[in-house]
Design a protein around this ligand. Sequence first.
Ligand code: FUL
Length: 494
Amino acid sequence: MKHFFNSVIVASLILMQGCANVPEPSAFGPVPNENQLSVMDMETYAFLHYSLNTYTGEEWGYGNEDPSLFNPSSLDARQWARTCKEAGMKGIIFTAKHHCGFCMWPSEFTEYSVKNSPWKDGQGDVVRELAEACKEEGLRFAVYLSPWDRNHAGYATQEYVDYFRNQLRELLSNYGDMFEVWFDGANGGNGWYGGADETRNIAPGYYGWDKTFALVRELQPGICIWGEHSSGADLRWCGTEAGFIGDPDWSLLKKDEPCTIDMRLHGVEDGDMWITAESDVSIRPGWFYHESEDGDVKDVAKLMDIYYKTVGRNGTLILNFPITPDGLIHPTDSTNGAAFKAMVDKVFSENLAKGAKAKATNVRGNSRKYAASLVLDDDPESYWACDDGTNVASIEIDLVKDVTFNRFMVQEYVKKGQRVKNFELEALVGGTWVRLEDELCEGQNGLTTIGRKRIICFPDVTASKIRFTVVDSKACPLISGIGVYHAPAISKEK
Ligand code: FUL
């Protein structure tokens, strides 16, 4: 008997030892850096567009607009920060300088700024007011500094590149930590250029981005750069300003290959650098405020559609709020923004699979450390993993009773790479497995890559079990989260 117990103990120790020895999966392909991960986790953040355009009705100022136009009666950066927070934004990117060249901070390198406006007798600094307001509201702060400057006399010469870098140094040194710097791609063309009033085109390589990016990283080591991928940007433009990212969306590009619009939309499956897709869209048709658009503010239904097609497609969303000539965010924009956050919270507050039973066709080394059930805990660091070489596997979630749902969310453990190429989703409806497709991907057959977060939308289905199957993956799948939700219908009434 004693001999039997000893054997059991020895066997248990061997089993436990075996689990402890299951090797951690290695990373596959490019992985995000810490800065990228922190921005990806923000999911939604705001743009605020505000400049002389706000007073001229333009979208792109020519560069000769009079600074005296800038004299808001009620500029309140705290109202901007509060409104953005109430809309669920985790940070704000501010147009410190748009294409017209007018600086919203008193730059020491130009006279074309708020210091020569009547606002606060030229003593004001919009960038500082917003940086402080963000801090108070617990939001992260960032700047948009347009490389194209239609005011500067030296634009298209080296003198301007030096000026641009000086401005960047000024902004990144004096306003606290920033999460992102945004270098818009609109470049060259006609403009005022200090009175030359002509067309200036720039040669490829003009901005010397490698050097500029090095400066940015030296000044703000925790920042993400939005811009030229070949110089090592962290975030890419997703190819549209309409509020959607492509499907599939790989967070990868090839560093030495030019990036086409198609690559911006979808990334590149066999890319050699990690670069998250960021989608920028305005809550109104324009980026800047125009009274004529007051009746055309995106409503909660449209904003949810955008959310599913951006955050739900492995990217991030920048939602723009224009500032009015008074210096405020318009009440309709605030109301719709808050309704958007309320709806996101409502849809995703209750994971209907919480507490359900999960079993998988393969678990790495049969170890509890990689168990199927880990997809249902709230720990983003735990994940279900398969054995190396097992790239096709299923997980079945037993909801125990019939549950009605219309959203499915799945997350890969991207710290070890984006791996899944295709997956299937099925629901057990009245004893029959039924395939679910994404109703937001019209005409597409099958569900593609996952990445940090993928949300699938479909009409209400009532089922007792769900089966998630990875049908093609670059390496053994690592799934950190699964959620099942029921989104209420959105009423069309305003
Ligand atoms: C564009 C710019 O040209 C627009 O004016 C706006 O700033 C938008 C966010 O990026 O490309």
